[in-house]
Each structure stands twice: as structure tokens, then as C-alpha cells.
Design a protein around this ligand. Structure first.
Ligand SMILES: *[C@@H]1O[C@H](CO)[C@@H](O)[C@H](O)[C@H]1NC(C)=O
Ligand SMILES: *[C@@H]1O[C@H](CO)[C@@H](O)[C@H](O)[C@H]1NC(C)=O
Length: 259
């Protein structure tokens, strides 16, 4: 109780102190600085198609940044101000592209979009991406699918690891490529998909072994993986650890030179 009283007294003193100091220009500026808002929101609506999920992808300079799935309305928040292309697509429908400018601190409402059915037959691919060891889904991973002609389709996994590629060429071998930080780069051959069908795929990524972070002068601990390195031999020729891995045991000795 004594302590609380002491604190109260102290804060009253401080308060009084602040009050008498209002003539000080330094104190007057406190609390008036504004936080600059550099992001905005995009909002829109797509004429719903019975039971069909609509993919909304946001690209900047041709690079896929974020993606969301919807039945009708969508909202992309915290988007850095700038110019973007919004791709709206659904299975069996022509992809619609809209160029948009995101303004800081504002919500941009886009016109309602109606998708038009595709005239040509297409196929689709959907799947789940998981960590091979833990079975946990991996979200926010960029996946690229390449067709025979070299055309690249791009998508991002959802938080539940789900990925969707819609409107792919029919009966064509495709290659799925996944390069994600911390995992082995993975390539999956996708079998040709018949018209109007959706191939379901389960893909697993193998985590790369973690490399020990070392302070200068600190040795590796027993059983840990050595970092890749190159060192000059006695004749000044560079030798890499990778040259020996798998066929020899490696012993490193540091030779002080002759003098
Ligand atoms: C975005 O596009 C508008 C024209 O639509 C242009 O005036 C503006 O400079 C562009 N902004 C950026 C950051 O490229
Ligand atoms: C969007 O802008 C790009 C150039 O940044 C242009 O090539 C493309 O035709 C535009 N798309 C639409 C739908 O206006």
C-alpha cells in the first residue's frame, strides 16, 4: 500500500512537472507526430457462379504477390501503394485482368465483374502442399506450372497449403516446380489431364538440413553438417569440400608454411 502511494505521489509530481513545462517547445511537439500510412485496400465483387470458387490474384510487374479465393466478394488489405494487375479467374471461365492503382489509406472499390464461359475445353489442377516430415500444410508458397509450349502458370498456396491452377491445356504433360526457402527444390511431372477434369495432387516438400550458425572462432559441434568451403592446398590450388563428399573422409590440417 505504501508503495502504491509513493508511486501515486511520484506520478502527481511528474504531472505537475509536465504542466509547468508547457512553454518548452520540445514538449509541445510530443504526441503530435503522425504515423504515415503507405498501404491501401482493394475491394470488389464478381458475379457468382454456382458452386465455383473464384481466384483473385494480385500481380505487380508480372510477379504474383497475393491471392484469395471467393464465391463473390473479395478484399485485399494492407497493399503497398502502387500500380497492380488484378487477375480474376474461375474454372472454365475466361480470365479477366484489371489494372488498378492502390492509394495510401484508401479503399479502392472496383466495378463488379462478370466472367464469360470459355469456348475451348480446359483442364484443372488442385492439390495440397505439405512438409514431408511433419505432414503440416505449407502456406504462401509460390508454385509454377509449365506446359509443353513453355507457358508458365503461377499460383500461391493458401494457409491450408491448398493450391489451384485453373484453365490449363487439355491432355498435355505439365511440370510443376516449387522453390521455397528452407526446402529442397522440387519438380513434379503432372500427367495429362482430360478436358473439364480436375486432377487432385498431393505434393510433399523435404526440408533442407539446417546449417549451424557459427561465431568466428567457434568450432562445429559433433554430428553437425559442415558448411561448404574451399581452401588452398599446399600448392595453392583451391580444393572444395564438395569435391570429396561421398567418396572420402576429409581431415583438415592447417600448415604453418616453411620458414
Ligand atoms: C500508376 O499509373 C498511373 C497511370 O494510371 C501513373 O500516372 C502513375 O505514375 C503510376 N504509378 C506508379 C507508382 O507507377
Ligand atoms: C494493364 O497494364 C499493362 C501495362 O502495365 C498493359 O500491358 C495491359 O494491357 C493493361 N491491361 C488492361 C486490362 O488494361
Amino acid at each position: 500500500m505504501k508503495r502504491i502511494q509513493a508511486l501515486l505521489a511520484l506520478s502527481l509530481l511528474l504531472f505537475a512537472g509536465l504542466n509547468c513545462g508547457t512553454e518548452n517547445p520540445v514538449e509541445e511537439t510530443v504526441g503530435t507526430s503522425t504515423v504515415e500510412i503507405s498501404t491501401g485496400t482493394l475491394r470488389g465483387e464478381v458475379q457468382s457462379i454456382d458452386g465455383v470458387l473464384i481466384q483473385v490474384r494480385l500481380l505487380r510487374d508480372g510477379q504474383l504477390l497475393t491471392q484469395t479465393e471467393t464465391q463473390a466478394t473479395y478484399e485485399l488489405a494492407s497493399i503497398e501503394a502502387g500500380n497492380y494487375t488484378l487477375q480474376i479467374s474461375a474454372k472454365g471461365y475466361e480470365t479477366k485482368e484489371v489494372n488498378v492503382t492502390v492509394t495510401p489509406g484508401q479503399v479502392v472499390s472496383l466495378d463488379k465483374v462478370a466472367l464469360v464461359a470459355l469456348a475451348t475445353p480446359v483442364s484443372h489442377l488442385r492439390g495440397v502442399l505439405r512438409d514431408k516430415a511433419t505432414g503440416e500444410p505449407i502456406g504462401e508458397v509460390n508454385l509454377q506450372l509449365t506446359d509443353k509450349a513453355g507457358k508458365v502458370y503461377e499460383t500461391l498456396t493458401t494457409g491450408a497449403g491448398v493450391f489451384t491452377f485453373e484453365n490449363l491445356p487439355v491432355e498435355q504433360a505439365l511440370t510443376l516446380t516449387i522453390a521455397h526457402a528452407g526446402y529442397e527444390e522440387t519438380e513434379v511431372a503432372v500427367h495429362p489431364i482430360p478436358a473439364a477434369e480436375t486432377l487432385e495432387l498431393r505434393v510433399q516438400l523435404t526440408r533442407l538440413p539446417e546449417q549451424e550458425k557459427l561465431d568466428p572462432g567457434q568450432g562445429l559441434s559433433l554430428g553437425s553438417q559442415a558448411p561448404a568451403f574451399e581452401l588452398p592446398d599446399g600448392n595453392g590450388k583451391l580444393k572444395a569440400l564438395a569435391d570429396y563428399v561421398g567418396n572420402k573422409n576429409v581431415v583438415i590440417t592447417f600448415y604453418r608454411g616453411g620458414w
